[in-house]
Ligand binder design. Sequence first.
Ligand SMILES: Nc1nc2c(ncn2[C@@H]2O[C@H](COP(=O)(O)OP(=O)(O)OP(=O)(O)O)[C@@H](O)[C@H]2O)c(=O)[nH]1
Ligand SMILES: [Mg+2]
Length: 301
Amino acid sequence: MEKNVKSSGTNNTNEKSFLNGQINWYPGHMTKAKRMMQENIKLIDIVVEILDARTPMSSKNPDIDELAKNKYRLVLLNKTDLADPAVTKKWAEYYRDKGFYVEEINARSGAGMKNIDDLIRAACKEKIERDRKRGIINRPIRAMIVGIPNVGKSTFINSYAKKACTKVGNKPGVTKGKQWIKLGKNVELLDTPGILWPKFEDRNVGMRLAFIGSINDDILSITDLCLEFMKFLKTNYCNTIAERYNIQEKDDVVSVLYDVADKLQCIKKGGEPDVDKAAAIVITDFRSGKLGRISLEKPEE
Ligand SMILES: Nc1nc2c(ncn2[C@@H]2O[C@H](COP(=O)(O)OP(=O)(O)OP(=O)(O)O)[C@@H](O)[C@H]2O)c(=O)[nH]1
Ligand SMILES: [Mg+2]
């Protein structure tokens, strides 16, 4: 892949790279994951969908609405510690308006996690009521976690299960080999999350997913990715780079990246600035929250 800074920007190379990535991204895993989800979805009552709070639209796979039709739904906006709180509020409203139960969480710290049990029960209240009328009391609600790579599915499951983690083995009527994690208030969680393939016919969607690390970094050179990210910051969160790395704000992002390389003493053997290294640091800083709380998209866009 072309890694020359000079080739960056909105040229055709980038468009092509994204298209290639879309076609070649481990189709084997993808098919297997989708099959697993289709098989398991029959067994469950509620689909708990995890989205990245920084990109709650781009990190939502549209296939899930078809796969999960007739299921109760809970949308979790995860990694809220990394996202702009005011924007996250708007996203929560946006999905509530669409009829989903929604919670803002930080699966890593546990913030927002205490409501999950009650929300799942609220979302499934029809089923609980139906069961009750038939004299069935305390039949567990069965949930499956779904989401695109890296949104925090495993972290969520671990955090949720921490309180009352009892693995129950094969149960009658349940396909062999499935593990259910028994949780408080009669909720059982399938311990294998459904991995969804992110969709990005839209270049901006692919870009945002690359920023957050949900698609392979090598779909685009890290330097090109960083320059795109810096352009986004310039428009939406200006001065972020200048403040973080203590450099002058400039219009030309390539020049800014050189300044970052200089400031961070990213230098190649021959003494040339190592912009690739600087770019990787900027992206890592964003992903770990060191650039502040940044949302990549807003519902009104
Ligand atoms: N800052 C922050 N990081 C989180 C949060 N939740 C998860 N992470 C981190 O995000 C990364 C990915 O989390 P995982 O739980 O492995 O994500 P996953 O969806 O299971 O990923 P795959 O198994 O690859 O599909 C890890 O480094 C987690 O520590 C959160 O709420 N805030
Ligand atoms: Mg995982």
